[in-house]
Design a binder for this molecule. Structure first.
Ligand SMILES: Nc1ncnc2c1ncn2[C@@H]1O[C@H](COP(=O)(O)OP(=O)(O)O)[C@@H](O)[C@H]1O
Ligand SMILES: [Mg+2]
Length: 358
């Protein structure tokens, strides 16, 4: 992996090992930037929600990233450049029309501290948990989702115009049809993904919680038949000026022993659930793609107690992991991995016996 003018990272490269790669350093040195750079090769946008232009180092015009990876039984290489606020990609020397064409070639699962509030937070984060995974499992999903969102924006604009231009009411039918078609497809894909993740997540949760709690997960649709629901909600929608049903209002319900983990789960249960869901995401990605995804753990170890740390590292044994932390000595087993220190955007490989920086 090589980078140039990417965020605060100094021009350089990283040669990871096939197992555990520990990237450590103080705050704001560039650890997350490094994981973000790896993540971009999944074909998606920055997991920080950054605009493409923000990824280029201050004062520079163009950032370049290069990744060598092994997939489909051969060495492959991908390149990403970011210029004029746009990303462009090439794969094995062939320019691609869009970076989204990298989707499914190189896969990764990201686990960061924000995910720890997945159960407790609002539904948007849970929908995003499903969408981010699905985009990699199924390359056709991202364009479907964006068509849905695009249609939703247009329907909402129309809802706001109709009170002043009654003649527009007829066109609402067309938008309802289109929104229902995309929306039902989005909801169907999400529900199918949740079905796939259920079995591995259940097994993982049983392993983490070490007792006999019953785990359950369900995709909650805001409407069974979106076309009918849109018709039924039309008066409300016209009054409020936005669309009140559809996958943008759906949620994910996780239960322990039959009751909502969001409402009744302890903090410990919620953390175990998130851990199970994230690990299950990696399992499903492997099942569907035929290859193990790379695991990116951004600063999560310090958020987990010793038992959960141990479980996580055990489960990830044999996979390629990039893990960031402040102090590798704080987690005993991390010292066995390949160590990289980041200081002001510069990567250092500590000489043997180190692991504590200077
Ligand atoms: N486009 C950019 N150009 C230069 N520096 C940047 C850019 N974007 C972010 N940074 C810097 O990167 C640093 C944060 O890096 P980050 O990877 O989040 O740190 P951490 O090691 O804590 O994970 C901050 O100092 C920030 O100013
Ligand atoms: Mg960070």
């Amino acid at each position: 992996m090589a980078f140039e003018h990417y965020r605060n990272l100094c021009a350089g490269s990283l040669t990871p090992c096939p197992g555990m790669n520990v990237i450590y350093g103080r705050n704001a040195q560039g650890k997350t930037n490094l994981l973000e750079a790896v993540w971009l090769f999944t074909g998606g946008r920055s997991f920080r929600g950054a605009r493409d232009g923000e990824l280029v180092a201050f004062g520079q015009e163009k950032a370049a990233l290069h990744l060598q990876f092994y997939s489909e039984e051969r060495e492959q290489e991908a390149e990403l450049t970011i210029q004029n606020g746009r990303r462009s990609a090439s794969l094995n020397g062939v320019p691609k029309r869009s970076p989204a064409e990298l989707v499914g070639k190189f896969r990764a699962v990201l686990f960061s501290p924000e995910h720890l509030s997945l159960i407790k937070s609002g539904p948007a984060l849970r929908r995003n948990f499903i969408d981010a995974a699905l985009c990699q499992v199924k390359p056709a999903y991202a364009p479907l989702l964006s068509r849905y969102h695009h249609t939703l924006v247009q329907r909402n604009a129309l809802l706001k115009d109709i009170p002043r231009h009654a003649e527009l009411l007829d066109t609402l039918e067309i938008w309802d049809d289109r929104l229902a078609r995309y929306g039902d497809a989005v909801a169907r894909e999400r529900a199918a993904y949740i079905q796939k993740i259920e079995a591995p997540a259940r097994e993982l949760y049983a392993g983490i919680s070490e007792n006999k709690e019953q785990f359950g997960i369900q995709y909650q649709k805001s409407a069974e038949n979106l076309r009918e629901a849109l018709a039924a909600a039309r008066r409300d929608d016209l009054q409020s000026g936005h669309t009140t049903v559809g996958p943008h209002r759906d949620d994910l319900e996780v239960t322990v022993d039959g009751v909502s983990a969001r409402a009744y789960g302890s903090q410990g249960q919620q953390r175990s659930l998130v851990l199970a869901l994230k690990l299950a995401e990696a399992d499903v990605l492997e099942q569907e793609g035929g290859e193990a995804p790379v695991i990116l753990l951004d600063d999560v170890m310090s958020e987990l107690d010793a038992g959960r740390q141990h479980y996580l590292l055990n489960r990830l044994d044999g996979r390629q992991v990039f893990l960031t932390c402040c102090e590798p000595g704080a987690v005993k087993r991390l010292e066995e991995g390949a160590l990289f220190e980041v200081r002001r955007g510069e990567l250092y490989v500590p000489t043997s016996g180190a692991g504590h920086g200077d």
